[in-house]
Design a protein around this ligand. Sequence first.
Ligand code: PMP
Length: 369
Amino acid sequence: MSSFGIDDLPVRDELRCKSPYGAPQLDVPVRLNTNENPYALPEPLVERIAERVREAARNLNRYPDRDAVELRTELAKYLTDTGKYAVGLENVWAANGSNEVIQQLLQTFGGPGRTAIGFEPSYSMHGLIARGTGTGWISGPRGDDFTVDLAAAERAIAEHRPDIVFITTPNNPTGNAVPPETVIALYEAAQAAKPSMVVVDEAYIEFSHGDSLLPLLEGRPYLVVSRTMSKAFGAAGLRLGYLAAHPAVVDAVQLVRLPYHLSAVTQATALAALEHTDTLLGYVEQLKAERDRLVAELRAIGYEVTESDANFVQFGRFADAHHVWQKILDRGVLVRDNGVPGWLRVSAGTPEENDAFLDAVRELKKEQN
Ligand code: PMP
């Protein structure tokens, strides 16, 4: 029995020899590897969540609101207040994390015989979820400085005529943002090739020096902006992602969503968190300052750092990034090796966590010299 493994099962061909998403969850003193918000939710919010969940619990014998109307209305308000563009309930859809939003978009607009493109290195789950939905994945190019090389990207879109174009801004794992002009040009290139969906993944937008690309939705019915409460709202454990788009897109994703996909507990918890938006966004300001400090100090120590608009920083260059990752881990600090040759990524933590990380890499630099 023990020799029986995954290869003995009739798994779909496109899943053979693939690895599941696997950021290590190690029990070490300082965990700066999954771009989480290091601050626990404030106690008044914890209380409010408990209250709202208690109310929801009284009705758990019933299915939840299938269309999550109250939650989508509040998310629309949040986007309108912060995004410099007015959206309503009809423009917003929510699911269990933006990963599920992305999966629903791929199920709706991708699938067997269709393709999606992303400009890599970028968020690896775009490609993995594409494969999981039977969508062909095309790895589009980035420049050596990790910016999207517009001419090369336009060529790739014209050549492959993908059904879905993913643009991650700020990009994970590199941290840099994609300028709005580039997104507009890629949208036009995608529509010239054939009507295809352009998904702007703004998981980290609240940490950016720049604005959300929500205003680009005006007059662009094939554009989707996807967001999450996992990062800025400090609620990765909640599993709540959402999108803003033309109402037709919201109608379309309902064709694939599972009935009652968002539990009443999730909806209640997210609504409580949205009541505390101002407090939670206060932490974002602290994290942005810490991110800028990490960039400055890493450069002062002598590392190369990619410009960051996110809550993490990509630093290098290393002949053997994995070896350095292990040495940092040996000092009790977990960072991320995303497999980008020569580079590692560190999430902005609390000032104390960042100090521990900076001490570790300072020591390493001394050892090397
Ligand atoms: N998009 C990007 C670019 C991400 O980095 C992540 C999480 N690491 C996600 C989407 C998914 O986030 P979640 O499912 O927690 O909303």
